[in-house]
Design a protein around this ligand. Sequence first.
Ligand code: SF4
Length: 254
Amino acid sequence: MTDPTAPTTPFRFNLDIEGYVCAAEAELPNQAISLTEFLPLVWKLQDALLGIWTQLNESEGNTVSCRAGCGACCRQLVPISEIEALHIKEVIQALPETDRERVLGRFAQAQDRLAEAGILEALGNLTDMSLDQKRQIGFDYFAVKVPCPFLEAESCSIHSVRPSACREYLVSSPPAHCASLNGDSIAMLRHSAKFSSILFSFFDGEGNAKPKIVPLITASIPTDGNPQLSQHYYAPTLFQNFLNRLAVLFSQVT
Ligand code: SF4
């Protein structure tokens, strides 16, 4: 557990976003932290970058249509990293008992419906699927119409700690297109902040591991646990490692 009274250290870095060089500074714990404790730092950087990309898109006439209370995308298959799957377990565990039982009940109900539809087992192989297979299982999943267990009155009940995949799913098309999963008519926001793709490989603390993808809907299921997930790393080193992977991601943006 991070000691909130432990000293922090400023970490300065530059980000080049389509020729705009942004000088940034992060205040990092001056101590070793776990990978789940690292997630809030990752999300803070991702949200800041997505804010910049939102402005860039708006200057091109593409206004984000995502709004609080619109859960149109929350019946889609959400791919998360093993780190975030562990974090989801921690989030559920920390809920008051009645809330925990309600959320776990929704997970179980959703998993039963996916099993009845014959796709729960296949979801366990998401990592090794081809792009076409991932697209197909995404449609199959959506056809079952299972809401995310954290969706309350069409709003995310874990908004501040929602996974990267949820943060980076931003559209400029009408919500109805997300609700019908009409792939051709969904206009995704153009951005380079697909942090989920880094996190899939970041369970080694460097981002060099073979990616592992977990469907959010199975995150409640107990697993043997990846021993690498219990390691602790010096926070500034972890952050530098993440920035190194981000530099690769930025260079891949066209
Ligand atoms: S975690 Fe929140 S934003 Fe993500 S799918 Fe679930 S309800 Fe929607």
